[in-house]
Write a protein that binds this ligand. Structure first.
Ligand code: ADE
Length: 248
């Protein structure tokens, strides 16, 4: 069982996204828990505010240190009290930010080994640096573009990590055999009918000849990767014949 704790000003957004489909089912089946904690619930002043102007001036508002810290402490307590646990080791706290290390399948595989993960979603122009220094263990970006907040990036991470948790996908093989594991893109797939809009399913897939099917799929993966993501091929294990095919 893996526990995600998401620190956010928009818990409904996170739960609307992750409470359905495969992650939703995994929660119902007790394989995951996703707890979206509203930072505003830990506002410490009478105005319920969680943001303020940046010292030194500049555009926009900053999330203040204290509500973020109080939210973090509440999550730590929740983890500690689970199953009567005494005191847990400090869980990893991931701050979603364009300044972080770029998220990858490899990172997802490493994080999937954790029992608890805390994801901190920023908003406005960011968060007071002092609380980040105190609680954040990992800075992660989902790519070189800027979103309005960390919620969608947190959802991307939870979704990607969740499908690596044993039992979340029905067939355990499918998580392994997919794109990026072997640094190749997926081959094209087809289902019924055999002809659609005058397009035939490649005959080899109807042949029942498993070795030929595997050979065709592998070749398609290699061709697709060369065409769409040649950068991935550097790490892919290609045969001599495959390297030759690509040169032609
Ligand atoms: N917050 C805003 N943009 C982001 C990005 N690209 N990755 C992670 N968090 C973000």
């Amino acid at each position: 069982m893996m526990h995600f704790h998401i620190m956010t000003l928009f818990p409904e957004m996170v739960m609307a996204g992750l409470g359905t489909s495969i992650t939703g089912r995994a929660i119902d089946r007790g394989l995951l828990s996703i707890d979206a904690v509203n930072i505003r619930d830990y506002a410490f002043n009478k105005h319920n505010s969680v943001d303020d102007y940046p010292y030194g001036g500049g555009a926009g508002m900053l999330m203040q240190a204290e509500p973020v810290y109080l939210t973090y402490e509440a999550i730590r307590e929740k983890i500690n009290s689970r199953e009567g646990k005494e005191i847990s080791k400090a869980p990893r706290v991931i701050y979603l930010s364009p300044q972080g290390k770029t998220f990858s399948q490899e990172m997802a595989e490493e994080l999937a080994k954790e029992e608890d993960l805390i994801l901190l979603c920023g908003h406005y122009e960011g968060i007071d640096e002092r609380v980040l220094e105190e609680i954040v263990t990992d800075y992660v970006s989902i790519g070189d573009y800027v979103l309005t907040g960390g919620e969608l990036p947190a959802m991307v991470m939870v979704d990607t990590i969740s499908r690596l948790v044993p039992g979340v996908l029905h067939n355990d093989v499918s998580a392994e055999f997919e794109s990026f594991q072997d640094h190749l893109l997926e081959y094209p797939q087809y289902s019924r009918p055999e002809i659609w809009h005058d397009k035939q399913v490649p005959p080899v897939l109807l042949s029942g000849h498993h070795a030929n099917v595997e050979k065709w799929r592998r070749e398609q993966s290699v061709i697709r990767t060369a065409k769409n993501r040649p950068d991935l091929l550097k790490k892919a294990q290609l045969t001599e014949a495959e390297r030759k095919m690509l040169e032609e």
